[in-house]
Write a new protein. Structure first.
Ligand SMILES: [Zn+2]
Ligand SMILES: [Zn+2]
Ligand SMILES: [Zn+2]
Ligand SMILES: [Zn+2]
Length: 383
């Protein structure tokens, strides 16, 4: 024992007084990195983690502490060891901002992206196409969906750093009780149904309600649809244009980003219980074309003062198509249009100023574009 101690001590002294070592170079096993991938995660998850800033599930990994790599056992380090340590420290620091887990007293799966803080607090496995995914993998699908929408919004509105004021907080809970508890604790209000707050510090919360948000498809589409509304409400000025004269624009936006991601739109923000119906089974181009072709009456003008949540499913689909026309023909005007609507500028003035068209002229231009570009027939989407 004494001898061992002596060896250790002299070893220590030797190292301490040795001249600085040349940079460690790793070995062949670790590709000269000094670290190897943590064996606890699939390749898919490691790739998905690269598309989010932080994820609490991998942060909880006992092997890598969320760094996704561990020390190479075959050598004494390499150029990537410092980055691994720094990442572990950053993850540990992020995990401290954790009022949600503190409130529930258990781990809650959450992740953070450029524009969102997601909670996907679900159990079990989910069928996506022909494969099964677990709740963690589903969280990353949702993260990718919401990032896709964020990217489109950034493009459409030429978003700059300080145009968006907050991170979109979006939660889904396994039980209604946890949903209500979260809304009560963090939003200081009660919610028997879904909770959505737009404008300043947007928040969205639902639970795995049977028939509504229980399938992975429903969970993904409702997050994708709503992150569009939330981002738009938080851009430039923290104000939701849906109830203040911009319903036609806001409704169109929610559906457009969902449609862009899934080639269909099945989520509606409608107050009434009749919301369970849908327009053309979510596949809209041919259906809108037909509607436009046979309509003698103006379709848009009656909608211009209707709040988003008071529209029926067909009216929302019309708004989607008008937004589709704006994206295709006036993308450079989306920024000033939204700004003006937030200032409650009347729609007819907004159209005149930015599209150079009166309301009826805009209707004509939109209809002509629909007849020219939408197909006459479309396949139903398989779900
Ligand atoms: Zn090595
Ligand atoms: Zn993750
Ligand atoms: Zn790990
Ligand atoms: Zn909506």
């Amino acid at each position: 024992m004494a001898r061992l101690l002596l060896t250790l001590v002299s070893g220590f002294i030797l190292v301490s007084f040795a001249p600085p070592l040349s940079p460690q170079e790793g070995c062949r096993r670790c590709d000269k990195r000094g670290v190897v991938p943590c064996s606890k995660h699939t390749e898919e998850i490691i790739a998905a983690e690269g598309r989010v800033h932080f994820c609490s599930v991998v942060a909880g990994c006992k092997e890598c502490g969320g760094a996704l790599v561990v020390d190479c056992k075959r050598c004494d380090g390499g150029p990537d060891n410092a980055a691994m340590e720094a990442r572990r420290a950053a993850v540990a620091e992020w995990m401290k901002q954790n009022e949600i887990e503190a409130h529930f007293g258990r781990p809650v799966a959450r992740c953070e992206t450029d524009h969102c803080e997601l909670v996907i607090d679900l159990k079990g496995s989910f069928k996506v196409g022909r494969t099964k995914v677990d709740a963690h993998e589903l969280m990353h699908l949702v993260a990718d969906d919401t990032s896709h929408v964020s990217q489109r919004v950034v493009e459409h509105y030429a978003v700059e750093e300080d145009d968006i004021f907050a991170k979109m907080r979006m939660w889904i809970w396994e039980t209604a009780a946890d949903h209500m508890s979260a809304v009560e604790t963090f939003m200081h209000t009660s919610a028997r149904g879904d909770f959505k707050m737009l404008g300043k510090d947007p928040v969205f919360s639902v639970w795995r309600e049977p028939g509504l948000f229980s399938s992975p498809g429903a969970i993904r589409t409702v997050f994708t649809h709503n992150v569009g509304h939330m981002l738009i409400s938080n851009l430039y000025r923290e104000r939701d244009v849906g109830p203040i004269g911009g319903g036609w624009y806001d409704a169109g936006a929610g559906h457009w980003y969902e449609y862009d991601r899934f080639d269909s739109s099945v989520q509606y923000c409608i107050e009434e219980a009749t919301a369970l119906s849908s327009f053309a089974d979510g596949v809209w181009r041919a259906a809108i074309r037909k509607l436009v072709a046979r309509s003698d009456e103006p379709l848009l003008p009656p909608l211009l003062d209707v709040p988003t949540t008071a529209m029926n499913v067909q009216q929302q689909a019309i708004c989607w198509s008008f937004y589709d026309w704006i994206v295709a023909n006036h993308q450079d005007k989306m920024r000033p249009v939204l700004r003006d609507l937030k200032q409650k500028k009347p729609t007819r003035d907004v159209m005149k100023e930015h599209f150079g068209l009166g309301v009826l002229q805009a209707e004509e231009a939109w209809k002509a574009w629909v007849l020219e570009t939408y197909p006459t027939r479309e396949k139903k989407k398989r779900r």
